[in-house]
Design a protein around this ligand. Structure first.
Ligand SMILES: *Cc1c(COP(=O)(O)O)cnc(C)c1O
Length: 374
């Protein structure tokens, strides 16, 4: 273990846990200093919204659900949150999981088995890859956002029983959007299903043309948990087959109450839904980066050490922007990842853009077009 840890340190890939306190707005405190953070996924600021906090307090008559949903943990908060998610997504039903990681792990491993084929975008999140490996299905990856490559891999479709195509709606580390209509058309013509993870798209994407949609309550909704939306048959099947749903305790009532209130706020406030993307677009205008497609904007730096150095220089100027390094992103594409939220003030974004221009990192933007080697 020591040898492995030393190797991580030598390669600038060691990760450290740093105590971080969130204050009002987008401000955080860590290492005794205060920063404006661009590294939170609380896109709409709902984790600190007074109505969400009030719902959590009202839901806190018990601190825990006491059992798995299939035993006695399916409390009224779980029931109504599931209904609200299905209504929001326009599906017959929804299933609430412990978190987004468990929702992906349990769903993908339940839907596919050893005679099946899973085809996933190369940039898919670790939990989708883990679900595919756990399923025992044959697992191939297609080049990021490349339906032509997917079509080539589908040539082998008939060697398998079922085929599942896996993508994200908004990619977590690149901020770009999947060509879901093209993926759906390929799924339909090859008797396959399309599953997409909307962890970063909730409130930003609309009417995703997928068979099954997965998401998290922990990002845009500012709470904690995960969910799957689909037909009643899919949800009944997952409740009986998804092991990360069956063999774990249901979410605490205060958590489901907070998430349901956050979803209601998001649903009724179109202006709030637009704000993170508007903030991201203001930033890409100010820096000359390619126009933001989502609240996430990457600035690819290259080597891990250089990305850490860039992050440290932004910290000097009062901004917290985490360096994202392998294995989260492919080798040679370490980056600064900016996540914009409704909490950001325009003057802070303008000052951030000015700081970045002064450091000359924008010369690296051509790297964003590079297809990673693996
Ligand atoms: C964060 C994330 C998850 C995990 O969600 P949690 O609720 O934090 O476990 C799943 N998929 C994607 C794409 C994510 O970015």
């Amino acid at each position: 273990m020591r040898a492995e840890l030393d190797a991580l340190k030598d390669n600038q890939l060691f990760r450290e846990l740093v105590a971080t306190e969130h204050e009002q707005g987008a401000t955080i405190r860590r290492n005794g200093r205060r920063y404006v953070s661009f590294s939170s996924n609380d896109y709409f600021g709902l984790s600190q919204h007074p109505a969400v906090l009030a719902a959590a307090r009202d839901g806190a008559r018990r601190a825990g659900a006491g059992a798995s949903a299939l035993v006695t943990g399916y409390h009224p908060g779980m029931v109504s949150l599931g209904r609200a998610l299905a209504a929001y997504k326009g599906t017959q039903a929804a299933l609430v999981f412990g978190n987004g990681y468990m929702a992906n792990l349990g769903t993908i491993s339940a839907l596919a088995g050893k005679d099946d084929l899973i085809l996933a975008d190369k940039a898919c999140h670790a939990c989708m890859i883990d679900g595919a490996v756990l399923s025992g299905a044959t697992f191939r990856r297609f080049r990021h956002n490349d339906p032509d490559h997917l079509r080539q891999l589908l040539a082998k479709r008939c060697d398998y029983r079922h085929c599942l195509i896996v993508s994200e709606t908004v990619f977590s580390m690149d901020g770009d959007r999947a060509p879901l209509h093209a993926l759906r058309e390929l799924a339909d013509t090859h008797d396959a299903w399309l599953l997409a993870d909307d962890a970063h798209g909730l409130g930003v994407t609309e009417d995703n043309p997928v068979h099954i949609e997965i998401g998290t309550l922990s990002k845009g909704l500012g709470s904690y948990g995960g969910y799957v939306c689909g037909s009643q048959a899919v949800i009944d099947f997952l409740a009986n087959r998804a092991r990360s749903f069956m063999f774990t305790t249901a979410l605490p009532p205060l958590v489901t109450a907070a998430a349901e209130q956050a979803l209601a706020l998001l649903h009724r406030d179109a202006a709030l839904r637009r704000r993170p993307l508007e903030a991201a677009r203001f930033f890409t205008q100010q820096t000359g980066l390619p126009e933001a497609q989502s609240p996430i904007v990457p600035l690819v730096i290259g080597e891990a050490g250089a990305a850490l150095e860039a992050s440290a220089q932004l910290a000097e100027a009062g901004f917290w922007v985490a360096a994202i390094r392998p294995p989260t992103v492919p080798p040679g594409t370490a980056r600064l990842r900016f996540a914009f939220s409704a909490l950001h003030e325009q003057r802070d974004i303008a000052r951030l853009a000015e700081t970045i221009r002064q450091h000359g990192w924008l010369g690296h933007t051509h790297l964003q077009r590079l297809e990673p080697a693996c």
